[in-house]
Design a protein. Sequence first.
Length: 72
Amino acid sequence: MKKKFKLEDLDCANCAAKMEDAINKIDGVKEATVSFMTQRLIIEADDERFDQIMQEAAAVCRKVEPDCRIVM
């Protein structure tokens, strides 16, 4: 499954790169792209675990940038 999400309060390109790297390491993620310019997350992951993967991705975003939220 591939979906796009809006990011709120993503403040720097470096943080976006860190998030992208960490999300791509989550088990079940095929590909994730975080764009600072468009404030978007595009993620392709296993259908069966998609909700759990998104919870892990949200936790990663909060760890890198505490104010950042994934709008689902």
